[in-house]
Structures are given as structure tokens and as C-alpha cells.
Ligand binder design. Structure first.
Ligand code: 13P
Length: 396
């Protein structure tokens, strides 16, 4: 597979080079962007990692592949483990993450894995570095860099996302440890407004994070999640999403973020979780693609959707519907719940179930790979995979 060989042979992603890290930096002089009318104000030096960012983003956005989001904070991972009766210990988190990253052949469908900081520095139960296992599977390691949501003073009970302080030095250390992309998830709540203040804060935070990530060799995944919470219809989600993405791209441009070296992680445009009128995959695809066409420049290499509480099957069907015709960007997945749910249930914390659990993960990864190519049929799915995974006020 072309993408797999790129990962193996590219000097950018050669593991022996990763440890040296900074030796991969390239001279920045060739990336000076000028504006003909007012050169002094608008001369901007792009990231010295520009070529590498493009290569990383393109490898992640390669045909038939998407991202496995396994970056649950320890608290959220604890909730997942509690759902199968396990304690939230480091050993249990390690056992679960070992199961995920070592599923045989996962790299055929998965191009990148987002890790929580603990996992970036963690080993598998048999002592191999998790980062090395991923690279061996042709999967690029990524890292969640935001520090979570806190109340936004002066808003209508909305939140903002922390994590900019010290982000440059943390990002440089994550790069040294083998991460090549980053994720920052902020949220926008429709029932709580969204207020102009909350949207602006979300967009500005994402843009600052994206600029800092690129400066340190990490491809930023830009994720303003528009929460499913609420009883609003699909039109209202569409209206809010247009506003949010307009603002996000305004600030990305203002912060001189290099669009060829980013990935986006939007919510699909759907009705609120409590809305009586449900939308078909064709309707979700129509609204979501209309939003993307209006707001996202074709320079952006990949759109990697979050699942946001949809069932595993619903998230796959909706992705498949969006890939029924050509798109200017790679339209794919970066799911957590919609890849992991059945796998976690099958495992149940029992070593004898590891193989069956890995098969469940591989089945979801394969079906989403087919959906990325527009070839998923929906046949043979289990009842578990059809269960809605929405949780009110979900935190990550
Ligand atoms: P879900 O696919 O569970 O919504 O996860 C979103 C996310 O941000 C994970 O990185």
C-alpha cells in the first residue's frame, strides 16, 4: 500500500530519526510568504517543518484510512473501564491500550492514533513502547495536547478549553517522543447559545494551538466539536456550524496557520440528540458536505470526523454517504466511541477475550475504511454496534 510504504521509508517517519527529532528540521528561508502591497506588515515566516507537516497530513489522509482516537483522559478512560466492571488503575488502562494498538493488521485501515500523554510514554504489557508498536503497524502516533474544558466566565454557562500555557515546550517534547500530530478539542453548545464570546474564544484558542503545533513539527487537528446535546433541528446545527467554521478559519488565517499542514475534526451536521425528527445518512451527508464546501478551503488535506455519540453503525453509514462522489479533501473518520464500543464490551477485562475484542475493533476499522471509499453496505452489523452512544454533557 502506498501510504504504508511512505510511512516505512520516509525519512520523516523513520523511527531512528525520530529520536534525534530536531535533526529533521529544515531551513525555513524558502518558506517566506510575501504580500505585494504591504510587505513589512505581512511578511510571515512559515513553520520550518512545512514539508514534513504536509507529508504527515497526507499520510494520515490516505485512501481507505482514518484515525483511531484513543486519547481518553485517565478520568474518561476510567468511565469506560467502569462500564465493564474494571477499576481505573494504570495496569488496566495499559492492558486496554495494549489490546487496541496490537490488533493484527490495524494499520491497513488506521493511519494515525491519538494518544493521551500517559500512553505516549507507556509500554505495552509485554514491555514494548506503545509508540514503537504503532510505528511497526504503519500508524502515526498523535497526542491530545489540550488540558480540558472549564467554565467560561461571562458566558451563558459555556466552556473554554485550556492548555496554551507551556504548549510550545510540551509540543517539542511530544515530538521528541515520537508524536507527529496533535489534537485540541473544544466544544460549542447549541442549547446554551452559543454566545458570540464562546465561539470567538473557541476559534481563537484553536488557532493559537494550531500555530504552536506547526512550529513544533506537529500537524494540528482542529476540533471545534458542536455538541449533539439539545432538541434543535438539523437546520439550526447547520447555521451554528457555518458561524463556527467561518470564525475558526478567520483566526487560523490571522495566526498564519499553514492550511496544507492541518487536519480538521468536525462534528457531522445532524439534528440535536433530543430532536424528534431524525435525519437519514443522505440528509446528514447533504448538510455536512454543503457546510464543508462553503467553509473549508481545498488546501486542507483531510476532514476526519468525530462520532460524537452516534452509534457505531450510524457513524459509518453517515461517513459512507459523504463519500458517494468525489470531494476536494479526504473525508474520513477519527472516532473514539464509534470504533471502541463493541471492542470494549467484548473484552470485558478478560485476557481470554482479547482476540475477539481485537476482531471487533478490526471490523469497525475495516467498515469505516470501506465507508471512506464509499463502499460500505451496512450488512451483517451486530445489535451492539447499533446502540446509540450519546452521553449528555460529555467530557473527554
Ligand atoms: P468521539 O468519536 O467518541 O466523539 O471522540 C471524539 C474525540 O475527540 C476523540 O479524540
Amino acid at each position: 500500500m502506498a501510504s504504508a510504504s511512505l510511512l516505512k521509508s520516509s525519512p520523516v517517519l523513520d523511527k531512528s530519526e525520530w529520536v534525534k527529532g530536531q535533526s529533521l528540521r529544515q531551513p525555513s528561508v524558502s518558506y517566506v510568504r510575501c504580500h505585494p502591497t504591504s510587505p513589512s506588515a505581512l511578511n510571515v515566516r512559515a513553520s520550518s517543518y512545512a514539508d514534513e507537516l504536509v507529508k504527515t497530513a497526507k499520510s494520515i489522509a490516505s485512501p481507505g484510512r482514518g484515525i483511531l482516537a484513543m486519547d481518553e483522559s485517565n478520568a474518561t478512560c476510567g468511565k469506560r473501564l467502569a462500564s465493564i466492571g474494571l477499576e481505573n488503575t494504570e495496569a488496566n488502562r495499559q492492558a486496554y491500550r495494549t489490546l487496541l494498538v496490537s490488533a493484527p493488521g490495524l494499520g491497513q485501515y488506521i493511519s494515525g492514533a491519538i494518544l493521551f500523554e500517559e500512553t505516549l510514554y507507556q509500554s505495552t504489557v509485554d514491555g514494548k513502547k506503545i509508540v514503537d508498536v504503532l510505528v511497526g503497524q504503519n500508524i502515526i502516533p498523535g497526542i491530545k495536547v489540550d488540558k480540558g474544558l472549564v467554565p467560561l466566565a461571562g458566558s451563558n454557562d459555556e466552556s473554554w478549553c485550556q492548555g496554551l500555557d507551556g504548549l510550545a515546550s510540551r509540543s517539542a517534547a511530544y515530538y521528541q517522543q515520537g508524536a507527529r500530530f496533535a489534537k485540541w478539542r473544544t466544544v460549542v453548545s447549541i442549547p446554551n447559545g452559543p454566545s458570540a464570546l464562546a465561539v470567538k474564544e473557541a476559534a481563537w484558542g484553536l488557532a493559537r494551538y494550531a500555530a504552536i503545533s506547526q512550529d513544533n513539527g506537529l500537524v494540528p487537528i482542529v476540533e471545534p466539536e458542536i455538541l449533539l446535546d439539545g432538541d434543535h433541528g438539523i437546520e439550526r446545527t447547520f447555521e451554528v456550524a457555518q458561524k463556527v467554521w467561518a470564525e475558526v478559519f478567520f483566526y487560523l488565517a490571522e495566526n498564519n496557520v499553514f492550511f496544507e499542514g492541518i487536519l480538521l475534526k468536525p462534528s457531522m451536521v445532524t439534528p440535536g440528540a433530543e430532536c424528534k425528527d431524525r435525519a437519514t445518512p443522505a440528509q446528514v451527508a447533504d448538510y455536512t458536505l454543503k457546510l464543508l464546501h462553503r467553509r473549508i478551503p481545498p488546501a486542507v488535506p483531510g476532514i476526519m470526523f468525530l462520532s460524537g455519540g452516534q452509534s457505531e453503525v450510524e457513524a459509518t453509514l453517515n461517513l459512507n454517504a459523504m463519500n458517494q462522489g468525489p470531494n476536494p479533501w479526504h473525508v474520513s473518520f477519527s472516532y473514539a466511541r464509534a470504533l471502541q464500543n463493541t471492542c470494549l464490551k467484548k473484552w470485558g477485562g478478560r485476557p481470554e477475550n482479547v482476540k475477539e475484542a481485537q476482531e471487533a475493533l478490526l471490523l469497525r476499522a475495516k467498515n469505516n475504511s470501506l465507508a471512506q471509499l464509499g463502499k460500505y453496505t451496512g450488512d451483517g452489523e451486530s445489535e451492539e454496534a447499533k446502540k446509540e452512544l450519546f452521553v449528555k454533557g460529555y467530557v473527554y
